[in-house]
Design a protein around this ligand. Structure first.
Ligand code: SF4
Length: 429
C-alpha cells in the first residue's frame, strides 16, 4: 500500500522471519522510562489525568519530562487489570509517542526512515504475531510525528574508525553477512564463526587503499576462503582475562539506573553507585553468588553454577532460529552500528554484535541456573535477549571509550571467537 501524505516511507526488512503483534504482557509498562514530547504532555493535560490519578502523571528526570511511576516501578497509567488507562479511555492515538512506537525504533535514512525492533519485548524475541512489514503504514505515520515530516540530512557512517563508508560498501557487506548467516547448509556454529572471522580479517586489512569495487571484490574473495579458514582456525579456550572481560560486559548491560534511583537525592545516588561498584567487582572476580542486578529475578545462583549450564539439546532448533533471527534483524535494520549504536564504525559494531552472542549466552545460563537446572531453553534465551537488547545502543557506558578498549583487546586476541564458543547458544556439533 502506498504511504499516505501524512506518513514517511519506512524501510522494513521482510525476510528475517520476524513477527510481532502486542500480547499486552505489560513488560514495557514496567521496564521502560518513557520520554514525553510536548504534544504528549499537552494530551495528558487535556485528559485531566492529574486529577483522575491523584498523582503527577509525569515528572522531570535527567533534564527530560518522563511518565511517572509508582513505588513498584510500574507506569502510573497501568491499571490493576494490567491495561493502559489512556489507551482504555481515550484510545491508542492518545498514548505518548514512545508507547505507540515500542518495540519499534526508527532511524532517518535520507528522505526515508529505517525501522528496527527491540528484543526487550518478549513478543519480539518469541516472534509472535504478524510479519513486521504489516505495520508499515502505521509506522510511516509515527515516523512523520517523530521526525516532523522530513528525513534528515545524510548521516556519515564509518567502515573503520576514521574511514567513511561508501553506502554500497556497507550494503554489500551487510548483504554478504546476511546470506552467510542464513545458509542452512552450514551449522549455526560455522555461520557465526565465519562472520567473526570475516569481520576481524577486514578489521586488520588496510582498507584505505581498497575502496568501492575493490572492497566488494575483497569481501567476495574472503567469503570464498571461509570454508578452508573455518577448518584451519578452531577457536581456543578463552583465557581467564577474556572470561573476566565477558562477565564485566554482562554486568555492564544491566547498567540501567532505575527510575527510583534517578529520582533519589545525591546521598542515595552515591549509595547506589557504591553498590554498583561492589557488584562490578564481584562480576570481575567471578566467585561466589551472582549479585542480584536485574531486580526480582526469581532465584539465586553462583558464578560456578552459571558456567555449568549448557544449551538444551531438545530445543536446539528453537534456540538456533531465535538467535539467528536476532543477528539478522540487527544486521538488516543496521541497528548494530552507526547512529543507532553510539555512532560506532561498521566493523566495530559488527564485532560487538558477534560478541553479544557470548553475553546473551552467559545470561541465558544464569536464568537457567537460578531455576536450578543445568540446561537453558528458549524462555531463558528470551530473558537473556531482553537484558542485552535493553542496554545495547542505549546505556551510555556501553558506548564509552572503556568499552572500545575492551573490544580492541578482544579483537586482537581472537577473544570474540573463543568467548562465543565457550558461551555457545546452541549444542556443539
Ligand atoms: S513488552 Fe511487547 S508485547 Fe508486552 S505490552 Fe509491551 S509491546 Fe506489548
Amino acid at each position: 500500500m502506498a504511504p499516505s501524505s501524512k506518513s514517511l516511507r519506512v524501510l522494513i526488512p521482510s525476510d528475517t522471519g520476524q513477527r510481532f503483534s502486542c500480547q499486552s504482557c505489560t513488560q514495557c509498562c514496567r521496564n521502560l522510562v518513557v520520554d514525553l514530547t510536548d504534544r504528549d504532555r499537552k494530551q495528558i493535560e487535556a485528559g485531566g489525568w492529574k486529577r483522575r490519578l491523584d498523582v503527577d502523571p509525569y515528572v522531570r528526570l535527567g533534564g527530560k519530562w518522563v511518565l511517572n511511576k509508582d513505588e513498584q516501578g510500574r507506569c502510573v497509567f497501568l491499571s490493576d487489570a494490567g491495561r493502559c488507562r489512556i489507551h482504555e479511555q481515550q484510545g491508542f492515538d492518545a498514548k505518548p509517542l514512545a508507547c505507540r512506537l515500542f518495540p519499534f525504533t526508527l532511524s532517518p535514512v535520507g528522505h526515508s526512515v529505517r525501522a528496527g525492533w527491540r528484543f526487550d519485548c518478549p513478543t519480539v524475541a518469541r516472534s509472535q504475531g504478524k510479519p513486521m512489514d504489516a505495520d508499515e503504514d502505521a509506522l510511516g505515520v509515527l515516523a512523520r510525528e517523530l521526525l516532523g515530516g522530513r528525513g534528515r540530512a545524510k548521516v556519515e557512517i564509518q567502515l573503520k574508525t576514521g574511514l567513511p563508508a561508501q553506502s554500497a560498501e556497507t550494503g554489500h557487506l551487510v548483504g554478504i553477512l546476511d546470506r552467510w548467516l542464513r545458509d542452512g547448509q552450514r551449522s549455526p556454529t560455522d555461520r557465526l564463526r565465519g562472520a567473526i572471522w570475516l569481520t576481524s580479517t577486514l578489521q586488520d586489512a588496510q582498507l584505505e587503499a581498497v575502496r568501492e569495487e575493490r572492497f566488494v571484490e575483497l569481501v567476495e574473495l574472503l567469503v570464498a576462503a571461509l570454508p578452508a579458514e573455518l577448518s584451519a582456525n578452531v577457536p581456543s579456550t578463552p583465557t581467564s582475562r577474556q572470561l573476566r572481560m565477558l562477565r564485566q560486559l554482562a554486568f555492564a548491560h544491566t547498567g540501567h539506573v532505575s527510575f527510583a534511583e534517578m529520582q533519589a537525592g545525591w546521598g542515595r545516588s552515591l549509595a547506589c553507585r557504591w553498590t554498583q561498584l561492589c557488584f562490578s567487582r564481584r562480576f570481575r572476580n567471578g566467585r561466589g553468588p551472582v549479585p542480584s542486578v536485574i531486580g526480582n529475578n526469581g532465584g539465586e545462583a553462583d558464578f560456578a553454577d552459571v558456567d555449568r549450564v549448557q544449551p538444551d539439546n531438545g530445543q536446539a532448533d528453537r534456540l538456533n532460529e531465535c538467535v539467528l533471527r536476532y543477528l539478522r534483524g540487527k544486521l538488516q535494520t543496521r541497528t548494530c552500528f552507526g547512529p543507532a549504536y553510539y555512532g560506532w564504525a561498521v566493523l566495530d559494531g559488527l564485532s560487538v554484535l558477534w560478541l553479544s552472542v557470548a553475553v546473551i549466552g552467559w545470561w541465558a545460563r544464569y536464568f537457567a541456573a537460578i531455576r536450578q537446572t543445568e540446561a537453558f531453553g528458549l524462555e531463558d534465551l528470551v530473558r537473556a535477549l531482553g537484558v542485552v537488547d535493553a542496554g545495547a545502543g542505549r546505556i551510555p557506558i556501553l558506548g564509552s571509550s572503556a568499552e572500545r578498549l575492551r573490544l580492541r583487546f578482544l579483537q586482537a586476541n581472537q577473544g570474540i571467537a573463543s568467548l562465543v564458543e565457550r558461551y555457545s547458544l546452541w549444542p556443539s556439533r
